[in-house]
Design a protein around this ligand. Structure first.
Ligand SMILES: [Fe+2]
Length: 494
């Protein structure tokens, strides 16, 4: 070993005794089984997350921690992977009422660079995570690369798509929901905590979190299939109050397991999830919540002949407050690109191969007036470089968002990129495929395959690569698309 390497190794070791001394009481077992995560990056910091859970599947939902005791957690943020240049450090209390999760808002960092972080509790040290601050406001940014992810139904927890994603060079992951899938008996906070404990036992998921900051919004399965506002789908026997209790438990567990700001802590069944990130002068990311504030679906059936209610003018997808927030943010944005990230597909999709119209009422098709209002706004106000990024449907799509979907010749307002699922199946792919001829605004459909979209953004170009698994482990770029600055549509790229 040369002298430099020896000194570096010695320096790294010298840190450990300091951490051990400060760590407080010993824990029954290794407490960092759920890994670490970072999120909510800003120009001077980000959130770092962990949850102490020596036994993540403990029946009481407490992860093997005592129900009545806080536990001290130390954290450090370093400019290098070996923790020789620690620039921020501190102590947080892991409290039983939050499942012994910690959400530390780290500030005072430099913009547009990578940092490394780790935690210590009871003499045990967590895995190391990596996070990147955003560029400074107005700063010229050469490029930004991020992945879109959604829908990670537990499939043995292997998640080869995440394993491949962790090997990419990304600044950020945008997670569009269905992070966990609830089951019939997932009703209490303990049930939801155990569900996250199960999902996070997958090494590939923890690897992806450790590699990049995530910004995430839930969709339906974090709570209940196809829920809408105060209305459940799967619990018809339950009153509204009882469903809101389940929703509150689901939201709390979501908060406890995601690298969210403490200000996102839900208040009962309410949680503010829509928010905005600014990447210097290059892009704004407007992250929407299309579950909590929407009107109920007109029908319980997933895909059905379009019900007249779907066309009612007053129906809302975002709720009035969020809609205004979105429109005013888009009006004020000075960024080159405006990325509107949200859960369900915005483009119309007609499943009826004959003269009728059949739609998925859970998507924006069940809220046609709300969609018309959003697309009308984009058409008239012309915010710079709008691109809609969506999840939910377990298959990749590239769509032209039309001023009038019934008329293929009508103006294209913006492109929509729909990410395939990380692991959830798409048994309705054949049904989509059969109806492609009815939907000329759909330029690409990726079928029943797993993966994610890798996006790279520059001043003049957005490039989107559909990264799909071929066989159990091989990741290929199945299709690439480009949106040129100033153009409302994506074109195939080679
Ligand atoms: Fe899903």
């Amino acid at each position: 070993m040369d002298r430099g390497r020896f000194l570096r190794a010695a320096g790294a070791l010298a840190l450990l005794p300091v951490l051990v001394r400060c760590g407080g009481e010993r824990l029954p077992d290794y407490p960092f089984r759920l890994g670490v995560a970072s999120g909510e990056p800003s120009p001077d910091g980000f959130v770092i997350w962990t949850r102490l859970a020596p036994d993540p599947l403990a029946p009481d939902g407490l992860g093997g921690m005592p129900e009545d005791a806080e536990h001290a957690v130390r954290w450090e943020v370093s400019e290098d992977e070996g923790f020789r240049r620690v620039v921020r450090a501190g102590r947080a209390e892991a409290r039983p009422e939050l499942g012994h999760s910690v959400h530390v808002e780290v500030g005072g960092l430099r913009s547009g660079r990578w940092y490394w972080y780790r935690f210590e509790a009871g003499g045990e040290v967590s895995p190391v995570g990596r996070a990147r601050t955003l560029p400074a406001p107005g700063e010229a940014v050469g490029s930004l690369s991020f992945a879109l992810a959604s829908c990670q139904d537990w499939a043995g927890g292997d998640y080869p798509a995440y394993r491949r994603m962790a090997g990419e060079e990304l600044d950020l992951v945008v997670h569009l929901g269905d992070y966990v899938y609830e089951e019939e008996d997932t009703r209490t906070l303990a049930d939801f905590r155990r569900l996250y404990g199960l999902y996070k036992s997958a090494p590939a998921l923890r690897e992806a979190h450790a590699a990049f900051p995530f910004v995430a919004v839930p969709d339906d399965h974090e709570v209940d299939n196809d829920w809408a506002g105060p209305y459940p789908e799967d619990y018809p026997e339950l009153g509204r109050e009882e469903f809101l209790r389940i929703r509150a438990a689901a939201f709390q567990a979501y908060y406890e397991h995601m690298p969210l700001r403490p200000s996102s802590l839900p208040r009962g069944p309410r949680m503010r999830l829509h928010r905005r990130l600014r990447f210097g002068g290059l892009a704004e990311l407007h992250l929407l919540d299309t579950r909590q504030h929407r009107d109920d679906q007109p029908t319980g059936r997933l895909i059905a002949p379009r019900r007249p209610e779907a066309l009612e003018p007053g129906r809302s997808m975002l709720g009035e407050e969020q809609r205004r927030w979105l429109f005013s943010g888009l009006r004020r944005s000075r960024a080159r690109w405006n990325l509107i990230a949200q859960q369900t597909m915005l483009a119309r999709y007609d499943y009826d191969t004959g003269p009728g119209v059949s739609v998925n009422h859970d998507q924006w098709d069940g809220y046609a007036a709300a969609r018309r209002r959003l697309l009308g706004f984009l058409r008239e106000r012309r915010p710079s470089g709008p691109v809609v990024l969506s999840g939910d449907w377990h298959a990749g799509f590239v769509n032209d968002l039309k001023a009038d979907f019934r008329d293929p010749a009508s103006q294209t307002v913006a492109p929509e990129i729909v990410t395939p699922s990380i692991s959830s199946g798409c048994p309705w792919a054949d049904r989509v495929e059969r109806a492609l001829g009815e939907n000329p605004h759909v330029k690409y459909f990726g079928g029943d395959r797993r993966g994610y979209v890798r996006c790279s953004l520059q001043e003049g170009l957005l490039r989107a690569d559909f990264r799909l698994l071929e066989g159990p482990e091989r990741m290929v770029t199945a299709s690439s698309w480009a949106v040129e600055a100033g153009s409302p549509e994506a074109r195939r790229a080679f």
